[in-house]
Design a protein around this ligand. Structure first.
Ligand SMILES: *[C@@H]1O[C@H](CO)[C@@H](O)[C@H](O)[C@H]1NC(C)=O
Ligand SMILES: *[C@@H]1O[C@H](CO)[C@@H](O)[C@H](O)[C@H]1NC(C)=O
Ligand SMILES: *[C@@H]1O[C@H](CO)[C@@H](O)[C@H](O)[C@H]1NC(C)=O
Ligand SMILES: *[C@@H]1O[C@H](CO)[C@@H](O)[C@H](O)[C@H]1NC(C)=O
Ligand SMILES: *[C@@H]1O[C@H](CO)[C@@H](O)[C@H](O)[C@H]1NC(C)=O
Ligand SMILES: *[C@@H]1O[C@H](CO)[C@@H](O)[C@H](O)[C@H]1NC(C)=O
Ligand SMILES: *[C@@H]1O[C@H](CO)[C@@H](O)[C@H](O)[C@H]1NC(C)=O
Ligand SMILES: *[C@@H]1O[C@H](CO)[C@@H](O)[C@H](O)[C@H]1NC(C)=O
Ligand SMILES: *[C@@H]1O[C@H](CO)[C@@H](O)[C@H](O)[C@H]1NC(C)=O
Ligand SMILES: *[C@@H]1O[C@H](CO)[C@@H](O)[C@H](O)[C@H]1NC(C)=O
Ligand SMILES: [Ca+2]
Length: 585
């Protein structure tokens, strides 16, 4: 409305055709505050912010750790709060770029926050999206506001993102004078869960969704993050191993056993699912207990850490993947803060709950309660598919906060629930396994894949190539039908784009596996390719075949040379040849 009004006014004044003009962004922004009419919303301010401005947020909750953000393009910044009930509501920001592409982007949160991710607003607006964010219904990375207030839990579980999206789309239309063309979501961790929640329960909200390292199956995840304390024991338990020793002893031992499964010794385990780590080699010799080795009791503790969580004998959450011990989060001997907050404030409404003794009965209680379906574990996403929605998920294979296996598990759940084959899922849902990426970013691998601002190269020269930027890849998929087959990740020297590229590597979509060609320069992506996983039936067939062949060869030898005995050590007669296939696509 504003835009059209402005356009016609200008056209009238200048006596030229309206089509030759674009509306004056600056005046639209400066007059916009008084024109906002969103139900339940209170506008705080609307500011025109030039590119390059370093915004500061002195009142932002310290736990958010976001005190400033450089704006990367001219924006109109809108800040408001929106009530969701008489005892809940969320803070909301919209960053509307001068150079609008007609696209809308909603961004997510992290942990138990409570924090507007200003870096996501900067990223989205720099790429021409009308970009919005909320604080998810409370301030700070804490669960304390859930106490006796289910409305705050509802905002956190689904309502802040959904309502913020509805509000944001309405603002976009009134600001630019025409509705958005395509809508997108970008989030990781809690943001990943929010993305899946939209796909599952609000399929109309987005045309394209990026959901990274999703904290999906939320209740079981928080049980899993909480159950490690019972395995490690506290700092005075004989089982306990300090986080420092996880880093200096266990992690190198894991790498020594598993780094080279992929054929390249580089500190990156391409597929940790192939790693069956055994800590036995770390156990001290009898009578020589030093800090450089561990006890058998500690070794047994380590083995349990890498087992999945069962509740009442059923798989509740997949195992921690080996290779994640360089950032030990759950082995401190203290309750994990998100589990503690969730059980105190959302599950039991008891701030003085003893969270050092949480156990299976508590996991069961939370699983039954599952407030507002926060578990986010519905496998039927047909409504999203049927509207041509595209879901791009990713998970760092060195994620020590959320097992990367969980994203594979969700893929399998959708496949099973909707009775689809991998090729059918490919049409609307792809999972990329990012080797050497920790939780959402950083790590020893080529983790920069455009998943956020920090993962998009130099700030003054963002890498927007859809081959290596998942956000522009998603746009291309939604708008041009060109699906990403592989994401090329970059590792910069010291993770600093100004220091140049250390190596690059493709990341394959599940269930394909990135495979080294065995001869090329392993720091070049060309030396790797995405291979289909070996067909299990073919494997069984080959195994049976080679076993039979072997058996008959022996039989023959026995017949021709009765003295020959079964060899003690065989050269893996049952391991089939490597099953090589070319990339499909
Ligand atoms: C932005 O301002 C904050 C607070 O004054 C400062 O700490 C930060 O370094 C600034 N960022 C840049 C890129 O100048
Ligand atoms: C806050 O963020 C900065 C970078 O944005 C990071 O270096 C620092 O470790 C963070 N601090 C905390 C307490 O998380
Ligand atoms: C807007 O886009 C034009 C053309 O692509 C570019 O020259 C200009 O620098 C952009 N402006 C901002 C503020 O990003
Ligand atoms: C406004 O808030 C009330 C609760 O305070 C809610 O019932 C109503 O649905 C909200 N309106 C809109 C348009 O969201
Ligand atoms: C808030 O709304 C609920 C109904 O949703 C009502 O029972 C309650 O009395 C209201 N509280 C206040 C303080 O208005
Ligand atoms: C939306 O898409 C239509 C058709 O592709 C295009 O003509 C229009 O310019 C787009 N709108 C914006 C705001 O980019
Ligand atoms: C460690 O756990 C033991 C047994 O669970 C308990 O008795 C002891 O008080 C705990 N120590 C600390 C420092 O929490
Ligand atoms: C005890 O073990 C350490 C390494 O763990 C080794 O360096 C040392 O020689 C051993 N001492 C004896 C007496 O075996
Ligand atoms: C949770 O989802 C189930 C179906 O998946 C639905 O029957 C139920 O009403 C939902 N509960 C809430 C509180 O949204
Ligand atoms: C999935 O949900 C759709 C509605 O969105 C429903 O029509 C369909 O029956 C469901 N399919 C399964 C397998 O539950
Ligand atoms: Ca390796």
């Amino acid at each position: 409305m504003v835009t059209r009004f402005c356009l016609f006014l200008l056209a009238f004044l200048l006596g030229i055709a309206p089509s030759a003009l674009s509306c004056d962004f600056d005046s639209t922004c400066s007059s916009f505050a008084s024109r906002i009419s969103i139900p339940n919303a209170t506008v705080s301010f609307v500011d025109l912010v030039p590119s390059g401005t370093n915004l500061t947020f002195p009142d932002n909750d310290p736990s958010c750790n976001r005190t400033s953000q450089v704006v990367l393009t001219d924006i109109c910044r809108i800040s408001m709060s929106v009530a969701t009930s008489n005892r809940s509501g969320f803070d909301f920001e919209a960053w509307f770029p001068r150079n609008w592409t007609g696209r809308f982007l909603s961004t997510g949160n992290g942990g138990l926050s409570g924090c507007i991710q200003f870096e996501d607003l900067a990223y989205g607006s720099a790429l021409g999206f009308a970009t919005v964010a909320t604080n998810n219904g409370h301030d700070g990375d804490t669960g304390k506001f859930f106490l006796n207030n289910p409305d705050v839990v509802a905002d956190f579980a689904f309502r802040a993102v959904h309502t913020g999206t509805v509000v944001g789309k309405s603002l976009t239309e009134s600001f630019y004078g025409s509705p958005h063309n395509k809508s997108y979501f970008l989030g990781c961790s809690t943001g990943g869960r929010q993305g899946l929640k939209s796909v599952q329960d609000f399929p109309e909200d987005f045309d394209g969704v990026i959901a990274g390292a999703a904290v999906a199956d939320f209740e079981h995840l928080l049980a899993w993050t909480g159950h490690f304390l019972g395995i490690t024991g506290n700092a005075s338990a004989p089982t306990f191993l300090s986080p420092e020793r996880w880093v200096t002893l266990v992690h190198p031992d894991v790498l020594s056993q598993c780094d080279e499964i992929d054929g390249v010794k580089d500190g990156v385990i391409e597929d940790p699912s192939l790693c069956n780590y055994d800590p036995s080699g770390l156990v001290c010799p009898e009578g020589n207990q030093t800090e450089l080795c561990i006890t058998e009791v500690q070794a047994e503790m380590i083995r349990k850490v890498y087992q999945p969580l069962l509740i009442q004998g059923e798989l509740a959450f997949p195992r921690m993947q080996p290779g994640t011990e360089d950032v030990p989060i759950f082995y401190t001997g203290m309750p994990f803060i998100y589990t503690a907050d969730w059980f105190r404030f959302a599950i039991y409404n008891d701030p003085s709950l003893d969270v050092t003794t949480l156990s299976e009965k508590d996991w069961i209680f939370a699983q039954e309660l599952d407030p507002f379906n926060i578990s986010t574990w519905s496998g039927n996403i047909s409504a999203f598919r049927d509207r041509q929605g595209k879901l791009l998920t990713f998970h760092g294979q060195a994620d020590g906060l959320v097992s990367s296996k969980n994203s594979e598990r969700y893929f399998e759940l959708v496949k099973e629930t909707m009775s689809l084959e991998n090729a059918d899922l490919d049409e609307f849902y792809r999972l990329f396994r990012i080797s050497g990426m920790g939780h959402c970013s950083t790590g020893a691998g080529a983790w920069e894949v455009g998943q956020n601002l920090a993962g998009a190269g130099a700030i003054d020269n963002l890498n927007l190539d859809p081959e290596s930027n998942m956000l522009t890849a998603l746009v291309r998929w939604v708008e041009e039908g060109v699906a990403p087959t592989e994401l090329v990740g970059t590792k910069f020297v010291n993770d600093d784009a100004t220091q140049g590229v250390e190596f690059s590597r493709g990341h394959c979509r599940f269930p394909q596996r990135n495979t080294y060609d065995g001869v090329g320069d392993s720091t070049k992506k060309e030396s790797w390719s995405c291979q289909k996983p070996p067909n299990p039936f073919l494997l069984i067939g080959l195994s049976a075949g080679s076993f039979l062949a072997f058996y008959f060869v022996l039989k023959r030898r026995e017949q021709t040379n009765p003295a020959s005995k079964l060899p003690r050590q065989q050269d893996h007669p049952l391991v089939p040849p490597v099953h090589k296939e070319t990339k499909d696509n």
